[in-house]
Ligand binder design. Structure first.
Ligand code: ATP
Ligand code: MG
Length: 402
């Protein structure tokens, strides 16, 4: 025997006994998003590396250490998509969707790739449902997207805490970044080494640190939320008022930092205690500068992504379920052609039907039908008639009527 080949570390096979759970998530997402006007989009599994370098940001963990990049053989660097927002914005520009009535609402159900250390709820290939809306900065669009995500989690029995903040606009943020970097430099002796090393690159990430001394420094740090310009503050308060009106509970977290460099204004994250260390279930935010950064016209946008595996892990209702049993099982004693014809006829009539395909004896077939939980069994004898004399085609009608 040759050496066994296993799935790459950090990946998983979604076997049929898990299909019902995954299906339930996908169905819930479709049933919420499509009536709200979101159309399905699927982009390629790999893109030009430059798309993510620009569209996620050189300073982010994703671009710095989590991307699977490779040479396409012609000297061009490609990357397995680590996230969906930049590809959707790329497609939006490429297909001239800015000419469509705004907002353009899109959703996807796709797998993504990140070179991370695998652990429970953290994989190197994982699935997300994501929604993006482009072309409007209307606060009600932010609220709509957050409410839809809240409803999706509710439908799946995921109890999660919503944290909300605003990251202002690019100018305010740049000025604040300098202010924060100055504060961090002034206190650098008390900061964890990793935080100190990132002061210039990404000072906002200092709020994410678990180090107690760093946290003590950060407790006195200036907050971006206190620096919002009037228009951004009004936008944020409109979003909050709409969430209040919708009855969606949230906490304001001025230290919420999201993984994308180009988030502006609204950012949010849903976390679940059911998940342990990998508590993030879903997150998103507004990215009003991203489309322009990718070569399109100035276009506001907002979106979120929710991890399918983490939603299933955190779900109280997503029990693995067996597929529904066949309504008709066709056993036969050599009448393969007649059995096959009956099988096709039964399926054409809409029945969940299977026939014997495993080379079993008649006795073995009946046992197998029982194991499958088949509601009815048709037994054809050698010349294709039913053993008790009923014409084979009447069986379909009888099972349909039962
Ligand atoms: P984390 O803080 O866990 O690294 P993230 O901020 O990198 O999450 P996002 O980029 O916001 O995650 O992706 C949205 C969602 O996708 C996450 O909330 C999570 O549910 C899921 N997700 C992200 N990375 C992984 C992964 N490696 N394996 C499984 N699910 C993931
Ligand atoms: Mg991550």
């Amino acid at each position: 025997m040759s050496a066994k080949i296993t799935a790459p570390r950090g990946t998983f096979d979604a076997l049929p006994d898990r299909a019902a759970q995954r299906d339930a998530v996908e169905r819930a997402a479709r049933e919420l998003l499509e009536p709200a006007g979101y159309g399905r989009i699927e982009t390629p599994a790999f893109e030009a590396t430059e798309l993510f370098a620009r569209g996620v940001g050189e300073a982010t963990d994703i671009v710095r250490k989590e991307m699977y990049s490779f040479d396409d053989g012609g000297g061009r660097s490609l990357t397995l998509r680590p996230e969906g927002t930049a590809p959707v914005c790329r497609a939006y520009v490429e297909h001239g969707m800015h000419k469509l009535p705004a907002p353009v609402k899109l959703y996807y159900l796709s797998s993504f790739f990140r070179a991370e250390r695998p652990q429970a709820g953290r994989y190197r290939e994982f699935w997300q449902v994501g929604a993006e809306a482009l072309g409007s900065d209307e606060p009600a669009l932010d609220a709509e997207l957050i409410v839809l995500l809240h409803q999706l989690l509710g439908k799946l029995g995921v109890s999660a805490r919503l944290r909300l903040s605003s990251l202002a606009n690019a100018q305010t943020r740049a000025a604040y970044r300098e202010e924060l970097a100055g504060y961090l430099r002034a206190n650098q002796d008390r900061l964890a080494r990793a935080v100190r090393a990132r002061i210039e690159l990404n000072p906002l990430r200092a709020f994410d640190s678990d180090d107690p001394a760093t946290r003590a420094v950060m407790a006195g740090a200036p907050l971006l939320l206190d620096r919002l310009e009037a228009a951004d503050a009004a936008h944020f308060s409109d979003v909050r008022a709409l969430l209040d009106a919708a009855g969606v509970p949230y906490e304001i977290d001025p230290t919420l930092v999201r993984g994308l460099d180009y988030y502006t204004r609204t950012v949010f994250e849903f976390t679940s205690d059911a998940l342990g260390a990998q508590s993030g279930v879903a997150g998103g935010g507004r990215y009003d500068g991203l489309v322009e950064l990718l070569g399109g016209p100035p276009t506001p946008g907002i979106g979120w992504a929710a991890g399918i595996e983490r939603m299933i892990l955190a779900s109280s209702s997503a029990e693995p379920a067996a597929p529904p049993p066949p309504q008709l099982y066709i056993a036969h004693d050599g009448a393969r052609t007649a059995a096959f014809q009956l099988l096709l006829e039964a399926r054409a009539a809409g029945l969940r039907a299977q026939m014997e395909l495993g080379g079993r004896s008649l006795k073995g077939q009946l046992k197998h039908a029982e194991r499958l939980g088949a509601r009815h069994v048709a037994i054809l004898d050698a010349d294709g008639s039913r053993l008790d004399g009923e014409p084979a085609t009447d069986i379909v009608k009888r099972v349909l009527a039962s």
